[in-house]
Design a protein around this ligand. Structure first.
Ligand code: PLP
Length: 422
């Protein structure tokens, strides 16, 4: 048996989410053509966007020397200089942000950006102190949960839950509970949030930005779904960026997850630290996504595509999914879903359901419907007894209409059965 280091023990021994993803993967592989995969984070396949990628790849092949430049070279660790220059220019010119290439760093996806940022800012310090990342509101992105190479480093807070009408709700940051103590080294939110589709309001963001500044810690904003691209953002709210923000973007949800491209916009010192980490961990980043995207960023076409193709595609998917929920769930059932303000998911809450979300997941899997039980998204809390964390599921609505419709119909049937058994 391998004698793992502490780092190895934390990262090599599997995790709850790995088990679940493995289970989902096997169920999908062995479940036959009827399997309804509403469990992944896979973006939808958008024909217009795929046509753009094909066109861009063809242009790279047709331009003498372009393919060789992309495939046959290492870029500097910070990212492709031409791409960085276009990104900085776009944010300066179109959004008035005071940034240069020195504020940017490319990573192998947003996922790696978080691994770098969290572990650089939190964990054990030279003088023995331990620092944590404050999550003002959970449920929060499951992909953060196991990223620490040392001891657990999240301090999370329960949200306030505002019930809206008979069947919806919205999470709010509980500012009365939040405490930015000495042990906090950064505040982090995803906006829109995976899993809930919540978009923290402008007011909540302004308060968090103020709290972060007053306490001398950065505010990390995970913009994987946000504006200006991919702009899977339906709420009436604005993006936030200032000189105390670390903002992460990604090319995944606009349609290029296979290129593994994350973009970090941060104070110069932090951007430079990320480039240093990239050099050690990766040498250089994958440059295919950057090459495909560079002219679209330079011309601003990426903004047009996000607004006119990507956002409407997902907005329509979200509305359809909500329509099917209303159609298939009995009005008398105490079901609710979070207001859908962005991202790719409906986050459903079954208050006082007699079975746990994990049991519901198993029953749905037996009927070839795959969802994610919500308990995994409530890490860093400490309070295992809070019922709400066992009463939610995440339903991805990016698949084809038939799959999502049938999936929601079966979820409604199983939830109905679970309540009737009481
Ligand atoms: N952040 C959030 C909120 C996500 O949902 C995801 C992926 O699902 C990521 C970050 C990481 O995405 P990627 O590494 O593909 O950029």
């Amino acid at each position: 048996m391998v004698d793992y280091s502490l780092f190895g023990k934390r990262l090599c021994g599997g995790s709850g989410i790995e088990e679940l993803m493995d289970d989902l993967g096997h169920a999908l592989a062995t479940g036959g053509p009827d399997t309804k995969m509403l469990g992944g984070g896979q973006p939808g396949s958008i024909p217009e966007m795929n046509a753009i990628w094909r066109e861009r790849l063809q242009e790279i092949l047709d331009e003498p020397g372009a393919m060789e430049k992309v495939l046959c070279n290492y870029d500097p660790p910070r990212g492709n200089p031409k791409f960085l220059s276009s990104v900085a220019q776009m944010f300066r010119e179109k959004f008035g942000w005071n940034i240069t290439e020195k504020n940017l760093a490319i990573t192998p996806g947003g996922q790696s950006a978080f691994f770098f940022i969290f572990n650089a800012l939190a964990g054990r310090f030279e003088d023995g102190r331990r620092k944590k990342i404050l999550l003002p509101l959970v449920p929060e992105y499951i992909g953060y949960a196991n990223q620490s190479v040392g001891a657990d480093f999240f301090k999370a807070y329960k949200p306030k839950i505002e019930k809206l009408g008979d069947h919806q709700f919205k999470y709010r940051v509980d500012f009365d509970a939040l405490e930015v103590t000495e042990e906090i080294s950064a505040i982090c939110v995803s906006r829109p949030t995976n899993p809930s589709g919540n978009v923290l309001t402008d007011n909540e963001m302004a308060k968090l930005a103020k709290l972060a500044k007053e306490n001398g810690v950065p505010l990390i904003i995970d913009n994987a779904y946000g504006a200006p691209f991919p702009n899977i953002f339906f709420a009436d709210a604005n993006p936030l960026f200032d000189d105390n923000t670390i903002l992460t973007l990604s090319l995944s949800k606009i349609g290029l997850p296979g290129t593994r491209t994350g973009i970090v916009i941060a104070p110069e010192e932090i951007a430079s630290a990320i480039a240093s980490m990239s050099a050690i961990v990766d040498l250089a980043n994958n440059n295919v996504g950057q090459a495909i995207m560079e002219p679209l960023v330079r011309s601003g076409k990426i903004l047009e595509l996000s607004n006119e193709v990507v956002r409407p595609f997902y907005l329509e998917k979200s509305k359809q999914a909500q329509g099917w929920v209303s159609e298939f769930f009995e009005d008398t059932l105490p079901y609710r879903y979070h207001v859908s303000e962005g991202a790719l998911f409906l986050w459903m809450w079954f208050e006082d359901m007699p079975i746990t979300a994990r049991e519901l997941y198993e029953r749905l899997k037996a009927r070839n419907v795959l969802v994610v039980p919500g308990n995994y998204f409530f890490f860093g809390l400490g309070d295992d007894e809070w019922r709400h964390r066992r009463e939610c599921i995440r339903v991805t609505y990016t698949m084809d209409e038939g799959t999502v419709r049938d999936g929601i119909r079966i979820i409604a049937e199983e939830v109905q059965k679970a309540y009737v058994e009481k």
